[in-house]
Write a protein that binds this ligand. Structure first.
Ligand code: SF4
Length: 62
């Protein structure tokens, strides 16, 4: 399964984040104002890469 991560340098932490809205697994969580992907529920579909307007979601190597 592919794995993805949110690059905090590109993420603007928008409260209207389309990635949070569109993720079919509701895998985008927030801690201390930083968005991250909960890999326990992510299904690896890659939709987040397509919907982020700031290209903040990247496929991770591992
Ligand atoms: S890969 Fe799919 S399930 Fe995983 S965080 Fe991205 S949109 Fe959600």
């Amino acid at each position: 399964m592919k794995k993805f991560a949110i690059n905090p340098n590109n993420c603007d932490k928008s409260p209207g984040c389309p990635v949070r809205r569109e993720c079919p697994s509701h895998a985008i969580l927030e801690m201390d104002g930083v968005y991250y992907i909960d890999m326990d529920v992510c299904r690896g579909c890659g939709l987040c890469v397509k919907v982020c307007p700031r290209n903040a979601v990247e496929e991770s190597a591992s």
